[in-house]
Every structure is written in structure tokens, then in C-alpha cells.
Design a binder for this molecule. Structure first.
Ligand code: PMP
Length: 350
């Protein structure tokens, strides 16, 4: 740290992303990426676009917005796109919270919510998940501020019903309710339709997981057009060209390639089913996940030792180390073949 860092950032604890190692080839089950390559149509679009990189991208991202709107059955003005959904989340914190308008979220969830709150000087209202890691919506409803949930929840993979989400949105009508659907395509149900009914509902999603484009950094938001205008005010005050030409065309081709998307998601769901059953057979406790990862623990080994033993054998999973889940590891669902290797190696380790 230099002596120049602003006092307001002295105690800021930055987000620590999962490892992206370059030392050797691992079976990479640590950052919830897709194990499958991007759609061939996305790759072709990227190659075509490369010759235009001397020119700025379209800051209004019109053609990508149109493609997303068509897929979700909403209007173009109800969509905005961002550099990864992390940027969309940051814009939500910037636009709707301040030092007197907190953001409420669960104790076990996506770690970036807390980081953004600290970065922007926003108080957090932290509500505990229930003992079985399901959502305490009554607890959230009692908070004062805006609310953000991940559905399925990050780290646990647990999906909460759309009825419960709608109920939360209704009970918070003077505040925004942000639903982070990064993992929704793997078995959850999107709240995108609710944005027509509720002026305070915001759905945030990403091309990083179910659309195989984590390295492209493309996120998007679906919400009432006034909320979208507010978010775009943040974007145009921060970085109007936040999405480059390459991600814009890759994402458009990917969302239009519905066949390949369904094929990949279908494979992940099958591999998840196999993995959960095999882990349970090995004596693991596995939380019920509708995401492309599972959170699990064994009483034969603590979470950190298991993570290290797997790494030693060339398999990367994620050890989060947070108090309530310190016994658990989070394992991304890869291909069936990768998951078979994981199970074999776990058998050896245990
Ligand atoms: N939300 C959740 C719940 C996540 O787990 C992640 C991925 N780490 C993100 C948002 C951000 O994803 P991206 O910026 O790649 O769109």
C-alpha cells in the first residue's frame, strides 16, 4: 500500500477471485466456468469482428440488447449490458444505495456484495441464512435498505421459488430488489418476467456460465426502463465503452445459438446428477444445487485439506474458508469425464 491511498479505502478488503493458474494443466473446477467451448457461431463472429478493432464499439450496444430482449421476451429499453455481471452489480450499488440507504443480503452468498458495499461506503444489512442454508425471506423483509439475492444462491447452489422472490419484491416496494441470476439457467426459473409487473425488480445475469463466455466478460440487466436509465447513467458516467466489439458480437451470436446453449446446459445437468449421487456414495453431505456447482463436505477430512489434496492431484476446486462454510468445498460441474476423474481421485484421497 502506498501512503497515497485514500483514507476511505484503508480498511477495504478486495474480492479475491478463484485461482487461474498457469503453472500446469488442472481439471479446473474452481470458478464455475463452462467446460465447453463457446458456440462456433460466437467464435466465427469474433474472427469477423477482429478487423474492425480500430474503431470504438457501439456504446448503446443496440444489437446485443435487441438479441437479449428477444430471448427473454422483454423490450430493448428494459435491457442494458455490462462488462461482466460484476459491473452490473457495481452499478446497482452505485445507483440505488448511499450512506443512508443500505444494501441487505445473506451472510452466505456472493462475496462481491460486501466488497461493493465497502467500496462505495454503503452500509450492509446482513441476514443469516437458515440452518439448512435456505433463504430467510422474513429476515430480508425486515431490513431497511435495498435487497440483493443470488438465485440460485452463490456458494450453496440452492434455488428459491419464484413465488418467494415475488413476495419479497412486493414487500419491498419502496426499495429495489436485485436478483442475481448468474446460475439460473442450470435448473432455476428466471424472474425476468416480473420486471413488467414490478417497477422495483432488477434481474442481473451473465454470459460467463451457461453461455460459455467467462473470458468475454459480458453481463446484462433486465428491469423496468426507468431503472435501466438509472443504471446507464452510471455506465455513461464511468466507462461508456465498457464492452468492446469482440464481447458484443460473441454474446449476440451466443444468445442466438439456442441449440448449443441447451445442449451444454443439458450436459451440465446430467453431470451434476452423476456427481451428486457419486459424492453421496462416498459419504459426502451435498447441498441441493440447481447451479453448475455443488457445495459439499465430508467428515473424513476438513475442507482446506481436501482442497489441497485435490490440487496436489491436479484438480482445482474452491475452498472459500468463510466461517459458516469452512468445512465445505465448492466443486464446479465440468464434463462427465472430468467428474468421473474427480470421483476416482476423491476415492483415492479418502
Ligand atoms: N454473480 C454471482 C453469484 C457469481 O458467482 C459471479 C461469478 N463469480 C458473478 C455474479 C459475476 O460473474 P461475471 O462478472 O463473470 O458475469
Amino acid at each position: 500500500m502506498s501512503k497515497f491511498l485514500s483514507k476511505s479505502h484503508l480498511s477495504l478488503k478486495a474480492y479475491v477471485p478463484g485461482e487461474q493458474p498457469t503453472d500446469k494443466r488442472y481439471i479446473k473446477l474452481n470458478t464455475n466456468e463452462s467446460p465447453f467451448p463457446p458456440s462456433k457461431k460466437a467464435i466465427a463472429a469474433v474472427k469477423r469482428e477482429a478487423t474492425s478493432l480500430n474503431l470504438y464499439s457501439d456504446p448503446s450496444a443496440k444489437s446485443l440488447k435487441r438479441a437479449i430482449a428477444k430471448y427473454y421476451g422483454v423490450q430493448e429499453k428494459e435491457v442494458t449490458v455490462t462488462n461482466g455481471s460484476d459491473e452490473a452489480l457495481a452499478f446497482c450499488f452505485m445507483a440505488f444505495c448511499d450512506s443512508t440507504t443500505p444494501m441487505a443480503f445473506f451472510d452466505v452468498t456472493y462475496g462481491f456484495y460486501k466488497v461493493y458495499a465497502e467500496l462505495f461506503g454503503i452500509p450492509s444489512e446482513i441476514v443469516k441464512l437458515k440452518d439448512d442454508f435456505t433463504a430467510d425471506f422474513d429476515g430480508l423483509k425486515k431490513t431497511k435498505g435495498n435487497v440483493i439475492i443470488a438465485n440460485p444462491n452463490a456458494q450453496t447452489g440452492i434455488f428459491e421459488s419464484l413465488e418467494a422472490v415475488e413476495d419479497l419484491i412486493k414487500s419491498k416496494k419502496d426499495k429495489v430488489v436485485i436478483i442475481d441470476e448468474a446460475y439460473c439457467d442450470f435448473g432455476g426459473e428466471s424472474a425476468a418476467n416480473l420486471v413488467k409487473k414490478y417497477e422495483n425488480a432488477i434481474v442481473v445475469s451473465t454470459f460467463s456460465k451457461s453461455r460459455n463466455l467467462a473470458g468475454g466478460r459480458i453481463g446484462f440487466v433486465i428491469a423496468n426502463e426507468n431503472l435501466i436509465l438509472d443504471l446507464e447513467k452510471m455506465k455513461y458516467s464511468f466507462n461508456p465503452y465498457s464492452l468492446g466489439r469482440i464481447p458484443l458480437v460473441a454474446a449476440k451470436a451466443a444468445i442466438e445459438d439456442v441449440g448449443y446453449f441447451k445442449e451444454c446446459v443439458g450436459e451440465i445437468k446430467k453431470a451434476r446428477e452423476y456427481t451428486v449421487a457419486a459424492l453421496k456414495e462416498l459419504g459426502f453431505e451435498v447441498l441441493p444445487s440447481l447451479a453448475n456447482f455443488v457445495l459439499c463436505k465430508t467428515d473424513k477430512m476438513d475442507g482446506k485439506s481436501l482442497y489441497l489434496a485435490l490440487k496436489e492431484k491436479g484438480i482445482l476446486c474452491r475452498y472459500l474458508g468463510e466461517e459458516r462454510i469452512k468445512d465445505y468445498v465448492r466443486i464446479t460441474i465440468g464434463t462427465k469425464k472430468q467428474m468421473r476423474t474427480l470421483i476416482e481421485v476423491l476415492g483415492e484421497i479418502l
